[in-house]
Design a protein around this ligand. Sequence first.
Ligand code: NDP
Length: 447
Amino acid sequence: MYEDLSVEIFMERLKGRTPDEPEFHQAVQEVVEHVIPFILEHPKYQQAGIIQRMTEPDRTIIFRVVWEDDNGEVQVNRGYRVQFSNAIGPYKGGLRFHPSVNLSILKFLGFEQTFKNSLTTLPMGAAKGGSNFDPHGKSDAEVMRFCQSFMTELVHHIGPNTDIPAGDVGVGAREISYLFGQYKRLAHEFTGALTGKSLEFGGSLIRKEATGYGNAYFMEEMLRHQYDSILDKTCLISGSGNVALYCTEKIIQLGGKVVTLSDSSGFIHDPDGIDEDKLAYLIDLKTVKRGRISEYAEKYGCEYHVGLRPWSIPCDLAFPCATQNELDENDAHHLIEHGCIGVSEGANMPTTQAGIKAFQEAKCLFGPGKAANAGGVAISGLEMTQNSIRLAWSAEELEKRLQDIMVGIHRQCAQYGTEEDYVNYVKGANIAGFIKVADAMLAYGVI
Ligand code: NDP
């Protein structure tokens, strides 16, 4: 049935049955470029149609979310949960609240999550969900009413052994708290059906830091592999959300200098570097006051570039931590020409395919998000473990485990991605992530 398997034919068929899903096509293309040649060398996966099955979600739930704004007007949004694969554990992946959310974006995120969760070595399947609701500019009461309405439907599809959502863009501690409160009320039980919870009700230490810390650790590991380190390197970071801020913190601790951060309105350039005091101001600005990154430039008297992304600034290392497709081929050439030797993706799919090729051709280290940002879901997995055993581990214990997991992910990428004098981390992550899920699917038979 699948003897004519090739990347071109596979993608043509996928696009035929999923038109209007460009982000999903992009994510699948990035994977099958490496996985199909691997499958052709291992016919057992081809005969069982594994990659055809892995690119079709187990199920997709789409629902109406109705809520009242502060003026008493009825608002309608669309809610989603794409349960991609539970081959190696219960569905697990974040919720995104952003006006751009659609099925294509959630399918790309859910598909990538399959490989990411597999790489962590923890027993977690993959899902992604969210809504086109925009929390920006909404009052706490409006966000609460939206979250309660969203959970009123989602509760039927999740649970600690079924599907365990977490945060993502637009879903932080406040949203998770409202969602969990409503879950607990409707389910009539207190179980760890969401991660990213606050410490008072079952959350884990270092969860909020984990994605950013893990991303810095992954870069440190790529550099260590070639006898180098983050120490004294000039670093560009995009975004100023959860991932970007804690990536900044870990880079400072590892002796690097972070000179940019951004939001959807522009970026700041602080050539002196963001130190611990400036970072404390930023964390308060972004997480408590919900302000804009331009306010940092006003406070510290540095440059603010309206409507631009930071990739034109000379640097040693770059960490895209905002959103998908925020770093294109031109940006990649700029970075390489200005001395960049490594890129580690804190965001999901922030680099376009042409951008990735440019980095790889220049032999610039390139850590794809499914490997480099897996620290967040890894600590979410450990939050589930702590909830199950009803214990809380110390920050030191968890950070040690996080570091070990990131080193382990790097090792798997190097094992399957080493090509002569260069490690192709994209290839390594795709193949290593694929094997574990594919072997589980083979064992189950045709389901
Ligand atoms: P946050 O909502 O905390 O922050 C997102 C940041 O990116 C904000 O600074 C936001 O600016 C900016 N941003 C969002 N959309 C755009 C856009 N279209 N153009 C430019 N800037 C934009 O999200 P996170 O930090 O949690 O997530 C960032 C990325 O990391 C996402 O790709 C997410 O999927 C990924 N990720 C997150 C994990 C986590 O644990 N949180 C785990 C693994 C991956 P503004 O405020 O102006 O919108």
